[in-house]
Design a protein. Structure first.
Length: 421
């Protein structure tokens, strides 16, 4: 009875296997019939081009039920695409390549990574990745950075204002010479730092490094990667302060960072505003961005007062600007810079231009700032090591001279006799 049941079970498994194979064969025949019908159909040009470029390896495709049965037994053989590179290579090829690779020269001996990749059989699988250079990192480490603000030393005076407000003329008046060559205009320059001396000019990059430049080629200096330009003059005023001539703050082609990064060095500011359109809203907006600590050390110059012909109108402009800038400046000075330069030693013309009052106030301001910076430098000066106490050697005692006794009139008594033994 058990043998009969076992025979029925085996027969059932056989029937199930045969039915499964029959169903697979039927699907295969149907797919082949559909393929034949597709071959008989007319093809477009694009389909013919696609089929021509997508040629399959017929040796990898089973063409009979027997072959398919063997393929079905091994599912890995059902892959119909291009054969993987590893499957097409013989073991001898691998061994030969490994031997060549071991005997090959180091990677640095090849002309390039591409040449090295083409030498191997798996060149198509390489992805070329270029290594990043480390020179930039080394340069950043070596960069000193922008100099820190010096609380001691000479005061630093900044000349600021909008475009064509008279800053360059003011700098020429203060140092009594042209700060820049005649062929150079300061409209598209970074801040120009003017100091005492005769050193060669240079520019300071954003990372603090110095680069030599020529005064005649200042306009070729890039604003984007320059913090400021340093030039030197032998002027009397530069004994008491340094000047920084800022670019115009109203230039739309220049970013505000150009002058904002230099403001921390300033101890005082002279703001130039055109008298005919004095203290515009754009100027007030920029001034409100500056540190309030500068307000008490800054002057507001109403330049080009000679363009306002009436003295009454000049007074009206000065009063209006004074009301609008209460508490924002130390003092306000109407001035005509062109008349001051043209005075040529005439005291009356010099005073009438407004330059005399302005320079007197400036010298007083610089003296006050200089005294404060000198006190700060003295208070924070490094202390010297204590000197050892002086060792005083005792003076040599001179022996007194022996003086002979003077004879006296008193009788000298005889010495007492010695006691008996």
């Amino acid at each position: 009875m058990d043998d009969q049941n076992e025979h029925q079970d085996n027969s059932g498994e056989t029937d199930a296997t045969e039915s499964l194979e029959d169903s697979v064969f039927r699907v295969l025949d149907a797919s082949r019939q559909s393929a034949l019908e597709d071959e008989n159909r007319p093809r477009s040009v694009s389909q013919m081009q696609f089929e021509a470029s997508d040629v399959e390896d017929e040796s990898r495709i089973s063409s009979s039920q027997d072959d398919f049965a063997s393929d079905f037994a091994d599912p890995s053989l059902l892959y119909r695409g291009p054969a993987p590179v590893a499957d097409l290579q013989e073991p001898e090829v691998h061994q030969e390549f490994d031997q060549q690779e071991a005997e090959a020269a180091p990677f640095e001996d090849h002309a390039s990574f591409e040449d090295y990749a083409e030498d191997g059989p798996e060149a198509e699988e390489y992805t070329i990745i270029e290594a990043a250079h480390e020179e930039t990192a080394e340069e950043e480490i070596d960069a000193p950075g922008l100099p820190e603000r010096a609380e001691g030393g000479k005061p630093v005076l900044c000349l600021m204002g909008e475009f064509s407000a008279g800053k360059s003329t003011l700098s020429n008046l203060l140092i009594k010479t042209a700060a820049l060559p005649v062929n150079v205009t300061a409209t598209q320059l970074p801040p120009v730092w003017i100091s005492k001396g005769d050193d060669a000019p240079y520019r300071v990059g954003l990372d603090g490094r110095h680069f030599e430049i020529e005064l005649e080629n200042l306009e070729a200096v890039s604003v984007e990667d320059t913090a400021f330009i340093r030039i030197f003059h032998d002027a009397e005023l530069l004994d008491h302060c340094d000047l920084i001539d800022m670019p115009g703050i109203s230039d739309p082609n220049m970013d505000a960072d150009v002058w904002e990064r230099v403001i921390p060095y300033a101890d005082a500011v002279i703001w130039c505003t055109h008298a005919t359109q004095a203290w515009r809203q754009s100027e007030a907006a920029v001034w409100s961005m500056l540190p309030p600590a500068l307000y008490a050390n800054s002057f507001l110059l109403l330049t080009r007062m000679d363009k306002i012909l009436s003295e009454r109108d000049q007074m009206r402009v000065a009063k209006r600007v004074g009301r609008e800038t209460v508490g924002l400046f130390r003092e306000l000075f109407p001035i005509s810079l062109t008349r001051a330069l043209a005075s040529d030693g005439d005291a009356e013309k010099w005073a009438a231009s407004g330059a005399e009052d302005f320079l007197n106030g400036l010298h007083q301001l610089l003296a006050e700032i200089g005294d404060r910076k000198a006190e700060y430098a003295a208070a924070h000066a490094p202390t010297e090591p204590d000197e050892p106490a002086k060792f005083v050697m005792p003076s040599r005692v001179q022996p007194k001279k022996l003086l002979a006794r003077r004879p006296t009139s008193r009788p000298v008594s005889a010495p007492a006799p010695l006691p008996p033994l």
